[in-house]
Ligand binder design. Structure first.
Ligand code: ADP
Ligand code: MG
Length: 276
């Protein structure tokens, strides 16, 4: 199966009492957008580092496109997977165009300079992320949201078959967040393997084909948005009372489950259980 596959993966950081990932088995298939959800500290970023080979599991197997992760060379993986890591990297003085062009580096050997095809990939990625008008700006002068979009553009410019993004829409306004979700859905439907870590349950429910919900490093639920985002599961994993309502539409995602957090006064209702 193309995409990622994990079987019984366990990982603990050195000197930590409990594993960050425990006996995790799941699939991130090609041709779909999969959203990884879960509370802070539930292991989402750790899972991504394991999938990228940055961390090695203590137990279990990870495959990418039907090959054990260990059989991929560093260069092969760098070409195969476009990554948007969580949070800020150090900002060196460079323009947006230069930063997005870095997405082409895995394709450029030490002897090859960026050519027309590279420039087209960079222009296309900047346009899709709405940063083409700021191509000549220094990235140090961008707002947080603008820089975030430039980071997504850098991953897109790579034109890799697999994309992994750790909270790429944190700090984006609603229009730019929607645009990124629609873009990731389209890339998945165009055949790429798209893995997206997000806290936006409601956009994940509308735009991801599959959801993976982590809780304390374990798989709490996996499947379609309707299978994963039930009131029982969301309340148990996040520890907060919610209602689930269907998206009112219009649009193709009418009926998608939308999570409405209730006021803290309703916590008692949650503790009494869902019998009422
Ligand atoms: P998430 O991305 O879901 O917020 P993480 O994968 O970053 O969660 O973290 C999972 C758990 O592992 C947390 O308990 C966190 O404190 C711990 N952890 C993360 N990174 C490290 C690290 N470098 N060293 C030790 N513990 C870590
Ligand atoms: Mg994280």
């Amino acid at each position: 199966m193309s995409g990622w596959r994990c079987d019984g993966v366990t990982f603990a950081y050195p000197e930590s009492a409990r594993p960050a990932i425990s006996e995790l088995s799941l699939q991130i298939p090609a041709g779909a957008c999969t959203a990884v959800l879960g509370p802070n500290g539930s292991g989402k970023s750790t899972l991504l580092r394991l999938l990228l080979g940055t961390l090695a599991p203590a137990a279990g197997r990870i495959e990418l496109d039907d090959r054990p992760l260990g059989a991929w060379s560093r260069d092969e993986l760098a070409r195969q997977v476009g990554v948007v890591p969580q949070g800020e990297e150090a900002v060196f003085p460079m323009t947006v165009r230069e930063m997005v062009t870095m997405g082409r580096y895995p394709h450029l050997g030490p002897w090859r300079r960026a050519g027309d095809a590279d420039r087209r990939a960079v222009d296309d990625a900047m346009r899709r992320c709405d940063v083409h008008t700021m191509a000549a700006r220094d990235i140090g002068t961008l707002s947080g949201g603008e820089r975030q979009r430039a980071r997504v553009a850098r991953a897109l410019a790579q034109q890799a078959p697999t994309l992994a993004l750790d909270e790429p829409t944190a700090a984006l306004d609603v229009a730019h967040e929607m645009a990124i979700f629609e873009l990731l859905r389209d890339l998945g439907h165009a055949g790429k393997t798209v893995l997206l870590i997000t806290h936006n349950l409601n956009l994940a429910a509308r735009y991801a084909d599959r959801l993976v919900l982590l809780d304390g490093g374990r798989l709490a639920a996996e499947g379609t948005p309707a299978q994963v985002l039930t009131r029982e599961t969301v309340e148990r994993v996040y520890g907060w009372p919610v209602e689930i309502v269907p998206h009112p539409g219009p649009g193709p995602d009418a009926g998608a489950p939308q999570v409405v957090p209730l006021s803290g006064e309703q916590c008692g209702r949650m503790e009494r259980g869902h019998a009422a």
